[in-house]
Write a protein that binds this ligand. Structure first.
Ligand SMILES: [Zn+2]
Length: 179
């Protein structure tokens, strides 16, 4: 998946799942790190190691677990970070969501190619829900559709956080009557 696709779908997914813009922002920032870290670790030999060690879920999942357990499994709040009370928990939660972005990156790559599962040097799991464009950095039509779908579903999930099902139906009926 392209960097753009990773950032968009990760931001939308985390926003929909947690309802927290700050959690979504930190996942957005982490969402391209598994790819960019390859340049850091392997430099020019990056292609040989692409989607291998950096795309193994276990270390990222471990870091997510450590940060979230330190945070006490909370979703970070901007207000807590600003007023500073108990803010260390929110800082850990932000770091957790940054690594969560890395973990989601791997899941997203598995939709359009293969990533390691048991051994970090062997790409073994993945399904081709869509194909990547041949040109690097360009989104294929399949990728655009995939990203639009995940953004759409996440926005609906985000909206439902502010409505219960019955209040949502009531809202629609009132809206209908007012037209
Ligand atoms: Zn990748």
């Amino acid at each position: 998946m392209t960097g753009k696709g990773h950032r968009l779908s990760t931001f939308a997914f985390v926003l929909g799942a947690t309802g927290s813009p700050i959690a979504a922002a930190f996942s957005f920032m982490g969402s391209t790190f598994p790819d960019s870290s390859e340049y850091m670790f392997f430099g020019k030999r990056r292609n040989r190691y692409h989607r291998r060690y950096t795309h193994w879920f276990l270390p990222w999942a471990g870091l997510v677990y450590v940060c979230f357990s330190r945070a006490g499994w909370i979703v970070p709040r901007l207000s807590a970070l600003v007023d500073g009370r108990e803010a260390h928990r929110d800082v850990w939660a932000c770091a957790g969501f940054w690594f969560m972005g890395c973990l989601l990156h791997i899941l997203e790559d598995a939709w359009c190619g293969t990533v390691p599962f048991l051994f970090p040097w062997k790409r073994s799991v993945g399904i081709h829900v869509f194909h990547m464009a041949k040109k690097i950095g360009v989104m294929s039509r399949g990728e655009i559709n995939f990203v639009l779908c995940s953004v759409g579903i996440s926005l609906v999930a985000f909206m439902f956080r502010f409505f219960t099902v019955s209040s949502f139906v009531e809202f629609c009926v009132t809206l209908w009557r007012s037209i």
